[in-house]
Design a protein around this ligand. Structure first.
Ligand code: NAD
Length: 351
């Protein structure tokens, strides 16, 4: 039985306590938050857990085999590093850390200690994204031209990180996973209205090898909640709307470009395909519960998670490049530039 401790019981942490408590092969033995009120709230709902106010106390008391870190982003690195140094398995909410240099250190430490380092890219464990990935890999959508997404709502507004760091990790993680590669270049523009320097609205563009593109629009300053990801393939197009009952819709639509035989421009004609649409069957499963279960399975089976430290690092590299672009007026930033800048500190993280 894996003993789990959940750190951070604000907005998101209680959901993790509930999901881990529902699993059979683990037990939530401790919870930790600096706020006594948050601790009391959880203690009342889950009387069997041991509440502690300090993370150091949790580590010193030998209460857990694994920790789940659901505190603000700026605290992720220190807490995760301490936990790994105590030989604990670690689940860190997205994003893994603030910088790619920090992510690399965590990846190294997890390897050194032979512990599972798992990142909360929850959508990669969800049934709709698994379905989309299967369809892309089996060529049902054809060659993918681009993926776009909108993650919008009115609030909740963060003061510690921008909408880019808060919301876009979900979309970036899905796009990298679906396309099976990292972008080589990133550009980002945005708008900071509520707190100077903390962008409320961001538009991120990622360029991938093979002339493929990913576009992400995130905002907490929008009248309507939207959670939509569109995959445009040569054969078919797919729309994943996380707020709909039927989450994925496949459209048999496209524009075909016949090869010109003579090179005569007059002969060049686009043919539009206006086929029907359908919603494939998708097994219903709460993504967060699937994610928690996968963390425990990887610990028990000694497997490398899909959302491991390298996966977390790849997403933070995009965020970091996007942030540089955002602060330089939307200039494209090559991901390799980040690596070159970090090279002196690197110790060969390879996958
Ligand atoms: N996967 C998702 O869909 C999802 C959704 C929301 C938030 N999150 C992530 O969860 C994390 C937390 O977000 P939130 O909205 O719950 O934040 P929050 O500010 O509501 O809660 C954070 C909690 O952490 C506690 N805390 C801070 N530093 C601590 C420390 N050193 N030791 C112990 N407790 C400490 C605070 O007292 C607070 O109760 C973030 O990384 C966020 O990106 C993920």
């Amino acid at each position: 039985m894996i003993r789990v401790g959940i750190i951070g019981l604000g907005y998101w942490g209680p959901n993790l306590v509930r999901c881990f408590s529902d699993l059979e092969n683990c037990k939530v033995t401790a919870v930790c938050d600096q706020s006594r009120d948050q601790l009391l709230r959880i203690k009342n709902r889950f009387p069997g857990v041991y509440p502690v106010e300090s993370f150091d106390e949790l580590l010193d008391r030998d209460l857990v085999d694994a920790v789940v870190i659901a505190t603000p982003t700026a605290t992720h690195f220190d807490l995760a590093m301490k936990a790994l140094e105590h030989d604990l398995h670690v689940f860190v909410e997205k994003p893994l850390a603030k910088t790619s240099a920090q992510c690399r250190k965590l990846v190294e430490k997890a390897g050194e200690r032979n512990r599972v380092l798992f990142v909360g890219h929850v959508f990669l464990h969800s049934s709709p994204v698994k379905k989309l990935k299967d369809m892309i890999d089996s060529d049902e959508l054809g060659r993918i031209n681009y993926i776009s997404s909108r993650r919008l709502n009115l609030g909740p507004v963060r003061k510690d990180v921008s909408a880019l760091y808060d919301l876009a990790p979900h979309d970036i993680s899905m796009m990298l996973h679906l396309l099976g590669q990292k972008p080589y270049s990133v550009s980002c523009s945005g708008f900071d209205r509520l707190n100077p320097g903390i962008h409320d609205v961001c538009n991120l563009t990622m360029m991938f090898e093979g002339n493929r593109m990913g576009m992400v629009h995130v905002s907490w300053l929008d009248p309507r909640k939207e959670r939509v990801l569109t995959v445009v393939g040569e054969k078919r197009m797919a729309v994943y709307d996380d707020l709909e009952q039927e989450k994925i819709k496949i459209f048999d639509k496209g524009i075909d470009k016949p090869a010109s035989t003579t090179g005569d421009f007059a002969e060049f004609q686009l043919s539009y395909r206006y086929g029907g649409s359908y919603s494939p069957y998708i097994k219903e499963q709460e993504p967060l519960k699937a994610e928690c279960s996968e963390f425990i399975r990887c610990i028990v089976d000694g497997d490398i998670p899909l959302t491991d430290g390298i996966n977390g690092l790849n997403v933070v590299e995009v965020l970091e490049a996007a942030d540089i672009s955002l602060r330089s007026g939307g200039q494209p930033v090559e991901i390799s530039q980040l690596l070159e800048a970090e090279q002196s500190n690197r110790h060969g993280v390879v996958r």
